[in-house]
Design a protein around this ligand. Structure first.
Ligand SMILES: *Cc1c(COP(=O)(O)O)cnc(C)c1O
Length: 387
């Protein structure tokens, strides 16, 4: 243990994958070895088994595994036949992939603002963004709400707006598999839901992985075909131009093991989040969860005074506590996406959040003592800095 003036400064991880490994024991190693010995690295039985279990877990009719969360979004857009010049509404306060996939098709991402309390798409800004797209002569066809940091977007408000405007809703649930919205579990909302199994997501594999969930059989069949070069009834029958986006058998086998403890991990994350909120909400702005919803807590993100953020992070770091900024630069400020339109009412909340959000260590194995250290350090940093 490292100490400085009686304070424990032992470095702690931001996400503790080692603790999960200890819990699962040799099960994952055995599963990997089994596939190495069998040799069916592509489309082994574990892939279909995982798809069945993922669909059952959330209550979706179909699951189509693929290579990563970005492809999950892209495959859905391909199946939805997104065309050049069409507009898709999405937040700017998100990971780049959300808008990137729209640009793949020569379509136009139109950026909308988020709510200051949930960090998720603001329904009023969605309406402004739809109007902006129309003013620019673009044809809005869909919305990609993001379930940022694990919390489902405000679908009760977003779905009726999309429906009234004839837009499909593709959920970017890269961070939120395992979460629940009052209208249903993540995976059962909108036309389709894209999930990522990147290692740091709530359900992560040992590399890249993703899945698309949908209740639409035809859409699922199209996405499955697209994920293997537009394959038809036969392996060498190509009925559409697709891509190569399969989930490796080894990753599926790893996810099958992790899925057995996933519900328990979500509950552990929820306890960590509740404790953070109880001990920090008088000090900083803590995340709000919509009533009747449950977040998967991919991140626990607070807002600190923007002029204090760098010092706070350094103060935590000196005490062995990692923290991170998701996201320091919103997409409409990025070189790649800065020329795309934003909703006519602007993105003031997005701008503010980029300057003041701070994510704290969050994982199901965060022990009480470690959490107390984090809370104490946050209190010390902000009271000292406020003085
Ligand atoms: C991680 C992430 C993605 C992309 O997932 P990958 O598996 O890394 O391709 C897309 N959208 C959001 C919001 C993400 O956080």
């Amino acid at each position: 243990m490292s100490r400085s003036f009686g304070i424990d400064t032992t470095p702690m991880p931001f996400v503790d994958l080692a603790a999960q490994r200890r819990r699962l024991g040799a099960k994952i190693d055995d599963a990997i070895l089994r596939i190495i010995e069998r040799g069916d690295f592509i489309m082994g039985v574990e892939v279909a088994r995982l798809e069945e279990q993922l669909a059952a877990f959330c209550g979706a009719k179909k699951a189509v595994a693929c290579a990563n969360g970005t492809d999950a979004l892209g495959l859905a857009l391909m199946a939805l036949k997104l065309r050049p010049g069409e507009a898709v509404l999405c937040p700017s306060f998100t990971f780049a992939a959300t808008a990137e996939v729209v640009a793949w098709f020569g379509a136009v991402p139109v950026f909308v603002d988020v709510r200051p309390d949930t960090y998720n798409m603001d329904p009023a800004s969605l309406e402004a963004g739809i109007a902006t797209a129309a003013e620019l002569g673009l044809r809005p066809v869909g919305v990609i709400p993001v379930d940022l940091f694990g919390q489902p977007a405000d679908y009760e408000k977003l779905l009726p707006i999309a429906e009234a405007n004839g837009l499909w809703v593709l959920c970017d649930a890269a961070q939120s598999f395992g979460a629940t919205h009052i209208i249903g579990k993540v995976g059962t909302i909108g036309v389709a839901t894209a999930v990522s199994f990147f290692p740091a997501k709530p359900l992560g594999c040992y590399g890249d992985g993703g899945v698309i969930l949908t209740d639409d059989d035809e859409l699922a069949a199209t996405m499955r075909s697209l994920s293997v070069h537009g394959q038809g009834a036969d392996k060498y029958d190509n009925v559409r131009a697709g891509m190569n986006s399969r989930l490796d058998t080894i990753q599926a086998a790893i996810l099958l093991e992790k899925l057995t403890i996933f519900q328990d991990e979500i509950e552990a994350r929820d306890r960590v989040a509740a404790r953070y909120t109880a001990s920090l909400s008088d000090l900083v702005s803590t995340p709000s969860v919509l009533s009747g919803c449950r977040s998967a807590w991919a991140q626990y993100t607070v807002r600190v005074p923007s002029d204090r953020r760098a010092e706070t992070m350094q103060f935590l770091k000196d005490r062995g506590i990692p923290s991170a900024i998701y996201y320091p630069k919103p997409l409409h400020r990025q070189e790649a996406y800065g020329s795309y339109p934003v909703a006519r009412t602007g993105l003031p909340i997005t701008e503010a959040l980029a300057g003041d959000v701070l994510s704290l260590p969050m994982h199901p194995y965060l022990e009480l003592e470690a959490q107390d250290r984090i809370v104490e350090a946050m209190r010390a940093a902000l009271s000292r800095l406020a003085a």
